[in-house]
Design a protein around this ligand. Structure first.
Ligand code: GTP
Ligand code: MG
Length: 135
């Protein structure tokens, strides 16, 4: 079994989609290992998105992710990392995410794509330590 770090980003929280996202995670068969509502400090956001440092959208991404509360959770199950990436849909909610995925069903713009999911076992380990140091 595997663990992945999921965020419901500030747009998902402000649009009232927390229940929808959790419901889809549970219906997929993944289980919740940790769950918390929190407002992200800039330093944590910078570490979380360190791989994008230097990209043109980095500043805007940090501003967005710190703009309001997020729901951070750890989902667990067989192939949890890929399973949640499938449930989330591709990064661009219109060009990449298919209907039936979270981003495909609820998103319009690439930055406001509602959820984050770890993209590899290494990322998952790093991100779970960052968001849930006591887990
Ligand atoms: P995450 O799960 O959030 O990491 O998304 P991802 O893995 O599908 O995409 P990626 O890691 O490449 O990008 C991280 C986040 O940056 C995306 O989810 C978007 O919110 C944002 N982002 C990516 N590309 C762009 C872009 O071209 N413009 C803007 N404004 N934001 C972007
Ligand atoms: Mg990513």
């Amino acid at each position: 079994s595997e663990r992945t770090l999921v965020l419901v980003k500030p747009d998902g929280v402000s649009r009232g989609l927390v229940g929808e996202v959790i419901s889809r995670i549970e219906r997929k068969g993944l289980t919740l290992a940790a769950l918390e509502l929190k407002t992200v400090e800039r330093a944590v956001a910078e570490q979380h998105y360190a791989e994008h440092d230097g990209r043109p959208f980095f500043e805007s991404l940090l501003e967005f992710i710190t703009s309001g509360p997020v729901v951070a959770l750890v989902a667990e199950g067989p192939r949890a990392i890929s399973a949640f990436r499938q449930v989330a849909g591709g990064t661009d909610p219109v060009d990449k995410a298919v209907p039936g995925s979270i981003r495909g069903d609820f998103g319009l713009e690439v930055q406001y794509n509602l959820v984050h999911g770890s993209d590899s076992p290494e990322s998952a380990e790093r991100e779970i330590k960052l968001w849930f140091p006591n887990l």
